[in-house]
Design a binder for this molecule. Structure first.
Ligand code: ADP
Ligand code: MG
Length: 485
């Protein structure tokens, strides 16, 4: 689309995220909440909605909601009621989902995102509420029948709804990345959009700049990655602007994303809007969140990405870029924290992670959990380097590969057995330098006479004579002293 045309319009986006909670059991029964189990194996009469069965609240889902609310600065609701959201579908045996309607566990709050110009923008949250998932209908395995898997029926979800404050597909991408990072740091959801454990519906409208009222919104569903949410929104913005340019009215509707074509297609129009006939769930007592409960959860909260960013940049002196790079994946952040609990070489630890370690993980396509070199090893390597016992290059080229093979050994043991320990004993080094001076009397005369470009030649000779084990800094210092004496 022509930029000038797009720039005439203001884009308005609100996102609804469904995050599947990684509790052990389901929201209202003790059925297992294990992803990937044999279809229809995590089901009891409760998940199957048999008459006479009663739901019982899994308190963990409330606690997870409170955790997220604290992290987003939301207000936590004290008096929580549950409601029935009624509709008919084959994967919903009860005929209703239990959800929070009037009393979402969290209201308000925000998620800060970083914009491309370096500024921070807070995306306001309308509400976060708890609900149970439906079962799963599968239409693409059997050519003649739709299959139903009820393992997902009753799995706890948090629905996170934003205000209509997201202004572009890039902001939507950032927002989703931040929420995913947050739920992973809080360990309440694995954030895996590909497996459907985090899902997102995007509400999109456009209006001429300065318009007083929002345009009619279109809801897009079925995006299975953050990148696809961005693609779907891009397509939808262009489609809506093109219609506006042609004076065609935009109708409120629900569209699906067609990933191979990068386009959205109509699923149902406004006339298909459900009336869910919400009413209070008579089988569950209201749940009261006490102040003490909130305080207990607060005390157990882990360090969150933005708190880590502040520590890494202010206390450890890392650049924002490096800090964000390490924080991006929680397990890498944890690994870094373990190294710096053992060394104060914060920058060195960051460089090791972003350099040698990440290239190794990428090369073998493994995660840090599958990586055999421990934070203790890295801290020890840094100590060996900082005390001039080994050089940076032998640490990454020789010691690191040796540690990968023998992680049961310490870095010092391996450095010794590989003969990597540098000679930084000044008496020994002085002896070597004297030897070289004797061996090359001509060059010695010239450098002492001021021909400093010969320094490289002497450094090379000394390194050679010491078998590569002379500490370069120490050698240079001693050499300079001897030239001037
Ligand atoms: P509905 O009742 O149709 O579900 P809601 O008011 O619950 O609509 O809003 C659903 C989501 O749509 C929220 O994230 C909200 O911010 C967003 N939204 C509301 N109006 C608009 C609009 N005109 N354009 C884009 N997003 C919108
Ligand atoms: Mg809604």
């Amino acid at each position: 689309m022509d930029k000038a045309v797009r720039d005439k319009y203001t884009v308005v986006i609100g996102l609804e995220i469904h995050a599947q909670l990684n509790t052990n059991s389901k929201a209202f029964s003790s059925d297992s909440n294990q992803y990937g189990s044999t279809p229809n194996s995590n089901v009891s009469p409760i998940s199957l909605g048999h008459p006479g069965t009663l739901p019982r609240l899994n308190e963990k889902s409330i606690e997870f909601g409170i955790k997220l609310g604290i992290a987003c600065n939301s207000d936590i609701t004290e008096y929580n009621e549950f409601s029935r959201k009624n509709y008919f579908y084959a994967d919903l045996p009860k005929g209703y989902q239990i959800t929070q309607f009037d009393t979402p566990i969290c209201t308000g709050g925000h998620v800060p995102i970083r914009l491309s110009n370096g500024e921070t923008k807070n995306i306001g949250l309308t509400r976060i509420h708890i609900e149970e998932d439906s079962g799963k209908s599968i239409h693409d395995i059997d050519p003649f029948n739709s299959l139903v898997d009820l393992n997902r029926a009753g799995v706890p979800l948090l629905e996170i709804v934003t205000e209509p404050e997201i202004a572009s597909e890039e902001e939507a991408y950032e927002y989703l990345s931040e929420v995913r990072k947050l739920v992973r740091y809080l360990d309440i959801c694995d954030g895996n959009m590909e497996e459907g454990s985090m899902r997102c519906d995007a509400n999109i409208s456009v209006m001429l700049n300065g318009a007083k009222e929002f345009g009619e919104k279109v809801e897009v569903k079925n995006m299975n990655s953050i990148r696809n949410v961005k693609r779907a929104i891009s397509f939808e913005i262009n489609r809506q602007i093109e219609l506006c340019e042609k004076n065609v009215e935009i109708l409120s509707e629900t569209r699906g994303f067609d990933a191979p074509n990068g386009s959205t297609i109509q699923m149902r129009g406004k006339e298909g809007v459900n009336d869910y006939r919400f009413f209070p769930e008579p089988d569950l007592l209201p749940y009261v969140v006490t102040e003490a409960k909130i305080e207990t959860i607060k005390a157990e909260m882990p360090m969150l990405p933005n708190e880590l960013l502040a520590v890494y940049t202010n206390k450890y002196g890392l650049s924002e870029y490096d800090a964000l790079n390490i924080i991006e994946i929680k397990e890498i952040g944890t690994y870094y924290n373990q190294i710096v609990s053992l060394t104060s070489n914060y920058k060195g630890a960051a460089n090791w992670i972003m350099g040698t370690i990440k290239s190794h993980l990428n090369k073998f396509g493994i995660t840090i959990a599958e990586f055999s070199v421990t934070p203790q090893h890295i801290a020890e390597i840094l100590l060996l380097i900082d005390t001039h016992k080994i050089s940076n290059s032998s640490a990454s080229k020789k010691l690191f590969p040796a540690l990968l093979k023998s992680p049961e050994k310490t870095a010092t043991q391996l450095a010794e057995s590989l003969d990597l320990i540098q000679n930084s004993d000044s008496d020994d080094l002085a002896g070597v330098i004297d030897e070289i001076f004797t061996k090359f009397p001509g060059e010695t005369g010239r450098i002492k006479g001021g021909e400093m470009k010969l320094i490289g030649f002497f450094m090379g000779q000394i390194m050679k004579a010491s078998g590569g084990k002379a500490d370069p800094k120490m050698t240079n210092k001693l050499l300079m002293q001897k030239i001037k004496s």
